[in-house]
Design a protein around this ligand. Structure first.
Ligand code: ADP
Ligand code: MG
Length: 212
């Protein structure tokens, strides 16, 4: 199986690190079309997740993801907190009781995570949100796996599709969330949530690059 519990823990640690490194960058993006808190929100959330590490590191993957989701729900405000909270809670439901994940398990978890974000936020591709990064990322991953590609290569394509999806938000006019209040003036700026989603999936591709 490509993803062990330790791989999942390594991913979560990598997310906390990359969000801390990009805190100011995400805040600058949110300053342009929102309220300049996305970097601080995500960094605070994953710092709280890291504080939970001692109590979750011997649990199953479902419990680990659910704890991440609950922690984000309770520590990250705004739109991003409930949306990322839902993402990890849904991934946790799909992986309940599992100590390792097959490439199909990961596809199901990612799909449930994305569907949870869509159910909660009602955003579609093109609305200039995190959905613009997550949707093509899931599609690219599933395509690569269905073609029989190695897991780490499928994850690379997942991250690359998320990056392109993130960049695709630049010309878009926001139709959801705080940025939508700006109307046409939101065009020309990269969406902060799509950027954090790319960073999170790229952290998985990096953390799992030796997984087969
Ligand atoms: P807030 O907008 O409340 O300050 P954040 O700054 O933490 O929350 O997060 C903003 C990000 O949340 C946006 O860049 C966007 O990607 C995402 N977002 C906002 N509303 C929605 C929604 N309805 N569906 C999906 N994503 C959304
Ligand atoms: Mg904000």
């Amino acid at each position: 199986m490509p993803v062990s519990r330790d791989d999942v823990l390594a991913w979560i640690t990598a997310i906390a690190n990359v969000l801390a490194e990009n805190k100011n960058y995400l805040t600058e993006l949110d300053a342009a079309i929102g309220d300049a808190d996305h970097g601080a929100n995500m960094d605070r959330g994953f710092k709280a997740v890291m504080n939970k590490m001692p109590e979750i590191q011997d649990k199953d993957i479902g419990t680990i993801f659910k704890t991440v989701g609950m922690t984000l729900l309770s520590t990250v405000g705004g739109a991003g907190g409930p949306l990322y909270g839902t993402l990890f809670l849904q991934a946790g439901m799909k992986t309940a009781g599992k100590m390792e994940l097959s490439s199909e398990d990961w596809a199901e978890a990612l799909e449930a995570a994305l569907n949870g974000v869509i159910m909660r936020g009602k955003a579609e591709v093109g609305d200039k949100t995190m959905v613009d990064a997550l949707t093509p990322a899931l599609a690219a991953y599933k395509k690569a796996i269905s073609e029989g590609q190695a897991f780490h290569l499928a994850m690379e394509q997942c991250a690359e599709a998320a990056r392109k999806g993130m960049e695709s938000t630049i010309p878009l006019v926001a139709r959801k969330g705080r940025a939508s209040y700006l109307g046409e003036r939101s065009a020309g700026h990269q969406d902060p949530g799509a950027t954090s989603s790319y960073l999170i999936l790229n952290a998985a591709a990096q953390a799992w690059k030796n997984s087969h």
